[in-house]
Design a protein around this ligand. Structure first.
Ligand SMILES: C[S@@+](CC[C@H](N)C(=O)[O-])C[C@H]1O[C@@H](n2cnc3c(N)ncnc32)[C@H](O)[C@@H]1O
Length: 256
């Protein structure tokens, strides 16, 4: 598959909002922290959240893997921290992995539920799998991006639809599953020329579009997007309220 041009600086512009689901996901992993020896974070991005796992798991080797060399280029250093470039679609859990995490990555992989089933099958008994995916495929923001691409006959990688919590629970054989969804209401400051939802999308969903179009064509698409976003997400008191649904799955592989 083609990999989109990720940019850690742009992605981290809304770091607190993007970090919160990660911590809410990790908080539900029931492994005894002192017993954990190996943690893998798939689609780790800039690695800042991955590095926080070294504090939660004080005896563990923490491995962050991402398909984008640019994303991990500035990842934090640490004795127990390792980062590498890997495509999650070909990765498989090893018998030594105690905790496998993937935060906000699987929506980029077509048929990702099949991948989750494979990971759950390969996990050793007693290991944990924790996944969070954005569930806003049908939100006006994402539907508008798809419309604008269709109007230009532009085909690029894009985040796909995700399952609901029950759908994921059914796809994890041999696991005890805790799955839920949350809709965050982000309060984005309208402090620039661009609509703040466009600025948000430029960290993720719009990356392949930015990469595919010459600058002037992207500027035209961005102007049309801003106009439609203003209708769906009006600025009030200098801010925009942006609802953002996320689906969480934490699975413990049952012991025989
Ligand atoms: C939205 S970012 C999430 C980064 C990080 N997990 C976080 O929560 O901040 C998605 C990341 O998934 C990575 N990614 C996308 N497809 C991937 C794949 N097939 N294998 C590994 N990483 C992938 C991207 O490079 C990007 O860094």
């Amino acid at each position: 598959m083609a990999f989109v041009q990720w940019d850690p600086a742009i992605y981290l512009r809304r770091a607190p909002e993007r970090a919160r689901p990660f911590f809410e996901l990790v908080a539900r992993i029931g492994a005894e922290p002192g017993d954990v020896r190996s943690v893998v974070d798939l689609g780790c991005g800039p690695g800042t959240l991955t590095a926080s796992l070294a504090d939660r798991y004080p005896a563990a080797r923490i491995t962050g893997l991402d398909s984008s060399a640019a994303m991990i280029a500035g990842a934090p250093a640490g004795d127990r921290l390792t980062f590498g470039v890997t495509d999650a679609t070909t990765w498989r859990p090893s018998v030594t992995d105690d905790v496998v995490i993937s935060n906000a990555m699987l929506q980029w992989i077509p048929r990702h539920p099949d991948l989750l089933t494979r990971w759950a099958t390969d996990l050793r008994p007693g290991a944990w799998l924790a996944v969070q995916v954005p569930g806003n495929y049908h939100a006006p923001s994402h539907a508008t991006v798809r419309e604008l691409k269709a109007e230009r006959n532009l085909t690029t990688d894009e985040p796909g639809p995700v399952l609901d919590p029950a759908g994921y629970a059914e796809r994890l054989p041999g696991c005890v599953v805790d799955a839920w969804e949350t809709t965050y209401l982000h309060h984005l400051p309208a402090d620039g020329d661009a609509h703040p939802v466009r600025t948000w999308l430029e960290g993720t969903t719009l990356r392949p579009v930015v990469a595919a179009l010459p600058a002037d064509e992207y500027a035209g698409l961005a102007a049309a997007l801003d106009e439609r976003l203003h209708a769906d997400y009006p600025v009030t008191g200098g801010h925009v309220r942006y609802p953002f649904r996320r689906v969480f799955v934490v699975a413990a592989k049952a012991r025989p």
